[in-house]
Design a binder for this molecule. Sequence first.
Ligand code: AR6
Length: 187
Amino acid sequence: MLDRIEVVQGDITQQQVEAIVNAANNSLLGGGGVDGAIHQVAGPELLEECRKLKGCPTGEAKMTRGYRLPAKWVIHTVGPVWRGGNYKEDEYLAQCYQSCFALIEKHQLKTVAFPSISTGAYRFPLERATRIAVAETVNFLKGNNFVEKIVFVCFNIRVYDCYVNELKSIQKVYNIGNGNNTLCPYT
Ligand code: AR6
């Protein structure tokens, strides 16, 4: 199961996967960060399709085509803005991953790349967000044999190290539970 998770440092717009996830805002009409990068590479047709979606509530996800991106599809999800931790931020972030996985399952996507949702402009603490991202992904993959690869695309080394460390600690727990000592191929 962990062998289907990859961590790479890079730009999500360049990933050769079926779908990439966008950390969008409620309007779905573009913005900065990963959202801006995705719209820039996908081209104006993406914004046109997004206008028809009439926004997206926090924690939910909507899918569009990828247009000029290498990825055929974009799954737009809206993470919570961090407000200190007492406003259900953890639940909303977990819900983002669950909403994306529901679409991944519905459309039978095999390869999907995720950015670190909410940890940029929305200021969600990175370690905490990474624990949620990994836990939700592991939980989904346990019950799904169709997905071949989930890639966590980390824009910088700090994010990359955080994901690798989290996966290492999960792997320990997982290996103890299964007596399985194969190494996870995150690179
Ligand atoms: N590829 C992969 N990761 C990236 C890229 C990229 N090209 N560019 C940035 N990141 P953010 P949020 C990382 O701010 O916190 C937008 O304006 C970045 O380093 O993009 O969910 C939206 O319109 C960070 O680790 O998303 C919303 O208004 C992660 O992506 C708001 O920002 C998320 O940072 C959403 O904020």
